[in-house]
Design a protein around this ligand. Structure first.
Ligand SMILES: Cc1ncc(COP(=O)(O)O)c(C=O)c1O
Length: 359
């Protein structure tokens, strides 16, 4: 396994860094250290913990023109005994490499990915917040650095990880969802299942509209019929219909969320039936009106689980969702947050303990 070389200036910087804010927000603070490794001639080199700082990139680096980049988002929690744990990081490592394969980028060996995450966490231990619902958010990412205007895969890359002590993503609790019926985010055979910047870039125009209309999240429909619910710009979707949990089945246009998988496992553990299938927006609206759908929620690493309070259609018609406080959503949320924070027993393998490093 590759060892992380620790730069002394990084250690000096992190030792002195503190965050004293009761409102951490999301991504407002960043630890003054970062992991970096470079890839060239077919191998990863110089895996290091460095002081956080700007990257020097040639203006012709391929990432700047052709968007060859991928990323992950994961969380680290402080338990009541002060030990710190990553939540299901192997799933992020595997998804990172799935994204890498689709984007013609080199894989980061799983043990290198996990070791790099563990080292930045261990050095940032004092930045892992204490309050329930807060965490240290890790952002591993990879960019194409080869210089050249030619449209072809890069053969040089940088792998980096930065860390941000964060609070909860939605301060309001529930979310208002805007149904995007015109634009699409990704098509079958495209890059929807990969966590790559292009998908998010494609969502931003609609995001601006979503916010302007007083909503929080854009709901994306399938690219072919503009009929079936796929996901939000940064979250997966669930609806409670006739007491069962329904969620769009995974396809190559949907991100395979770690939270989605965890919600499914927790629900099944509570004998709640989970149905993964095609779910049309018209069916959801009808089911909400008729009372068959008792609530809906979105889920993802950043937001955990948030109930949907209303849907807004493209013609600005608003459909109020039943149970906007989310009865089952909150039950599942409590269980998930409890597992992450070490208040509830975790299923085997869901928590990855960060080793103590004295520095
Ligand atoms: C497009 C998209 N869908 C779903 C999710 C939820 O995935 P996860 O639960 O792994 O954070 C995310 C967030 O990462 C996302 O960006």
């Amino acid at each position: 396994m590759k060892k992380v070389e620790i730069h002394s200036e990084a250690v000096e910087r992190i030792k002195k860094f503190e965050v004293n804010d009761t409102n951490l927000g999301f991504g407002k603070y960043v630890a003054p250290i970062m992991i970096q490794a470079s890839y060239e001639k077919g191998e990863w080199r110089n895996l290091s913990l460095l002081p956080y700082g700007p990257l020097q990139l040639d203006p012709c680096a391929k990432v700047l023109h052709y968007g060859q980049e991928i990323f992950e988002g994961m969380k680290v929690f402080r338990h009541p005994n002060d030990d710190i744990y990553m939540f299901r990081p192997e799933m992020n490592a595997r998804r990172f490499n799935q994204s890498a394969r689709r984007m013609a980028m080199p894989e980061v060996p799983e043990d290198m990915f996990l070791e790099a995450c563990e080292v930045i966490c261990a050095y940032s231990k004092h930045l892992v917040p204490k309050r329930l619902g807060e965490s240290l958010y890790l952002r591993p990412f990879m960019i194409a650095t080869e210089v050249g205007m030619g449209i072809k895969p890069s053969n040089q890359f940088l792998f980096l990880i930065v860390a941000s002590p964060s609070g909860s993503y939605f301060s309001g609790g529930s979310v208002k969802v805007y149904i995007e019926r015109q634009e699409i985010r990704c098509a079958p055979g495209g890059i929807g299942f990969a966590k790559t910047g292009g998908n998010y870039a494609a969502s931003l125009n609609s995001y601006a509209k979503t916010i302007e209309l007083g909503c929080d999240q854009t709901m994306w429909l399938d690219a072919i019929e503009h009929k079936y619910i796929e996901e939000m710009s940064g979250m997966n979707f669930f609806a409670v219909i006739n007491g069962d949990l329904h969620t769009p089945a995974l396809t190559d246009t949907i991100l395979d969320g770690v939270t989605r998988r965890s919600v499914i496992a927790i629900a099944q553990g509570q004998n709640i039936k989970v149905v993964e299938r095609k779910l049309s927006i018209d069916e959801l609206i009808e089911a909400s009106k008729s009372g068959k759908c008792s609530e809906a929620f979105v889920c993802g690493t950043a937001a955990v689980i948030a109930p949907v309070s209303q849907l807004m259609d493209s013609d600005k018609t608003v459909f109020h969702m039943p149970n906007p406080q989310g009865k089952l959503s909150m039950q599942l949320r409590e269980q998930l947050v409890g597992i992450q924070a070490g208040r509830v027993d975790a299923p085997e393998g869901w928590l990855y303990k960060i080793r103590e490093i004295n520095f």
